[in-house]
Design a protein around this ligand. Structure first.
Ligand SMILES: Nc1ncnc2c1ncn2[C@@H]1O[C@H](COP(=O)(O)OP(=O)(O)OP(=O)(O)O)[C@@H](O)[C@H]1O
Length: 612
């Protein structure tokens, strides 16, 4: 029933509706620049400033030490060897080994610090992402595939994790080393250094060209991972259906198509990388050739010492190391940028259903609900409700009947403000839904729907979802009222029985009774029963009807039912056809009227004399 489409398309285009914001929440997101990615990471890391500062100090010290070692080489060649300073050799030895030990310690400290900062940044980012998703509307989840969203929170965040924990440190160190050494080399011989640096614009250009392509390939890789995850989510939860339709090979084939897309995209990334690295290596060799040839020329003209050339070559290697690392890190950075884009698409999506500023807390209501001139459509091409009026009297039972797709469940969704109508107003006790806080509205509504949602956990935990602060006695009382205590007590573990994913270990009727118990525990002022007794046998249904008969008095109740036997006692019955109320009245009034309700009744009870 949902119109879940391709994720990228739905994020970028929304559902249409002539550009209305309601359906266009997933506005086009600009490709996130690497700069903005780092700014965001830094914003999160700022909270751990002392750690960050310690890491930066380590990085600066590493750069300095890396700088000192070639100086020792130069000193050995230019001073110690010509002057035969044997006594200095031991000092040189100690200097090099000491530097290596300190470098190792500093690298260990900075890597640990960065890992700890990185993990905290990601912990915050992942939680922000999940919290933000929770705040988005039902329509967002209609538009986007569950597997794709899961992949954004898990896979895409993990990719960023890799970059922050390992590559960021390298990037920092390289940046400092590069700057320090470039300045020193300019100071020693600016002409040679400038010649050397002349190769860098080519490196930057090559990097830019490859970066763009790599990012788009990584984007495909990540989308294909999301596709695979979505397929898994759908098919593993629907395994019984697949088996019933012997669709195992069909699904395996579809799975392999998705993994092939992933494989192709990965091959493309590897090819790009394989082409990029040799180009960078070539430019590095060009630098070496320049230093060697030009340096030798200067040395032959006695304008440079051999020690300086050796030190220069050592520095050149240090200067090129960051470049070589960068060509490797660029892979991770581009992959992270693609992941970051996908994360930002969710974070930049704004909820359409938002509380207006100064929204008031809905006080405990009597439950008089009015739909006034409501126009509603899920998307621009199909209208569900048009100029719709409906009144639910406070404390009474109102039933909605009508053919499938006539808009009954939609009415329930609008009361809970899962969606907003395009025009018109819905009020509860005179309060417009748009003027009140979402929490204060939803706290007063209990929904028992035809799609029973139970979470993996115990029976007790699932009932307690209705009210996390309830006592054990209250949980048991709710189960009794919902006629569920009988089957719960028959389980060896009673209320502590694990019900499995989505409650797979329970029968349809048992699941329904748990969901009713959950609603009873919530003790709401308004109750919506959307086909709540549909999967119960006649006997259980009678028990539930008895339980509801105790629960409903004094509350406003909206009952949506196909089986007319369940709503005969309703105070008011509305008959809906194509989003319009075609008649209303009590059961007997509607039978007397001999209209649509009478027709439906005849269809369901052909042997009964309708007039009785
Ligand atoms: N999330 C959604 N996105 C787009 N269209 C939807 C969505 N939910 C329902 N619809 C469409 O809205 C119309 C009304 O659906 P609704 O679920 O309200 O009908 P219903 O009367 O409750 O049907 P049933 O008795 O079969 O449950 C249908 O045409 C349906 O296809």
């Amino acid at each position: 029933m949902s119109n879940k489409g391709d994720s990228a398309r739905s994020f970028h285009q929304g559902g249409g509706m002539g550009g209305m914001r309601r359906f266009g929440s997933g506005e086009k997101v600009k490709p996130a620049s690497i700069y903005s990615m780092f700014v965001r990471i830094y914003t999160h890391a700022r909270t751990q400033l002392p750690l960050l500062l310690a890491a930066v100090v380590c990085v600066i010290m590493i750069s300095l030490l890396e700088f000192i070692v070639p100086q020792l080489t130069r000193y050995t060649i230019d001073e110690i060897i010509p002057n035969k300073l044997f006594n200095k050799l031991f000092l040189i030895m100690c200097g090099i080994l000491g530097s290596a030990i300190v470098l190792g310690i500093l690298r260990y400290i900075s890597a640990s610090l960065m890992a700890s900062i990185g993990q905290r940044v990601l912990y915050n980012l992942r939680n922000d992402l999940y919290r933000h998703m929770q705040s988005l509307d039902v329509s967002f989840f209609d538009r986007n595939r569950t597997g794709d969203l899961m992949s954004r929170v898990t896979n895409d965040v993990s990719i960023l994790q890799q970059m922050i924990s390992s590559s960021m440190m390298q990037l920092f160190t390289d940046f400092f080393t590069f700057t320090a050494i470039a300045i020193y080399m300019l100071w020693i011989d600016w002409k040679l250094t400038l010649l050397l640096l002349a190769t860098f614009p080519f490196m930057i250009l090559t990097t830019r060209i490859f970066a763009k392509r790599m990012r788009s390939s990584f984007r495909t890789v990540q989308e294909s991972v999301a596709d695979v995850s979505d397929h898994l989510q759908n098919t593993l939860t629907g395994i019984r259906l697949i088996k019933a339709f012997t669709a195992e090979s069909y699904e395996s084939e579809r799975f392999s198509q998705r993994t092939k897309r992933n494989m192709d995209a990965n091959i493309q990334v590897t090819r790009l990388r394989a082409a990029y690295e040799p180009i960078i290596d070539f430019l590095n060799f060009l630098g070496l050739a320049i230093v060697l040839v030009f340096g030798a020329w200067l040395a032959m003209k006695n304008q440079m010492t051999i020690g300086t050339i050796v030190a220069f070559i050592a520095y050149l290697r240090l200067l090129q190391n960051p470049v070589r690392h960068f060509s490797r890190i660029m892979n991770t950075i581009q992959q992270s940028a693609a992941a970051y884009e996908r994360i930002m698409e969710v974070l930049n999506t704004e909820a359409e259903i938002v509380e207006k500023q100064g929204a008031i807390k809905l006080p405990p209501v009597r439950g008089h609900i009015v739909f006034n001139q409501i126009d509603f459509a899920y998307s621009s091409d199909t209208s569900v409700l048009k100029d719709f009026h409906l009144e639910l009297e406070a404390g009474k039972v109102t039933a909605l009947v009508g053919s499938s797709g006539s808009g009954k469940t939609t009415i329930a969704h609008l009361i809970a403000r899962f969606y907003d109508p395009q025009s018109g107003e819905i009020t509860i006790d005179g309060y417009s839904l748009k003027d009140i806080t979402l929490a204060s509205l939803r706290e007063q509504i209990g929904i028992v729907s035809q799609d029973i949602v139970l979470f993996n956990g115990t029976i007790e935990e699932n009932i307690r979802y209705g009210n996390h602060h309830s006592t054990d006695e209250e949980v048991i009382a709710a189960a009794k009222a919902a006629n569920a205590s009988g089957f719960i007590d028959s389980f060896p573990q009673g209320y502590h029985t694990q019900i499995g994913e989505r409650g797979v270990k329970l029968s349809g009727g048992q699941k329904q009774r748990l969901s009713i118990a959950r609603a009873i525990l919530k003790n709401p002022r308004i109750i919506i029963l959307d086909e709540a007794t549909a999967s119960l046998d006649t006997e259980s249904e009678q028990h539930i009807q008895d339980a509801l008969a105790q629960l409903l008095p004094g509350r406003t109740c909206l009952v949506i039912a196909h089986r007319l036997s369940t709503i005969q006692q309703a105070d008011q019955i509305y008959v809906l056809e194509q989003g319009q109320v075609v008649e209303n009245g009590t059961h007997s009034e509607l039978l007397d009227h001999q209209g649509r309700y009478h027709q439906l009744y005849e269809l369901q009870f052909p042997q009964t004399d309708a007039s009785q």
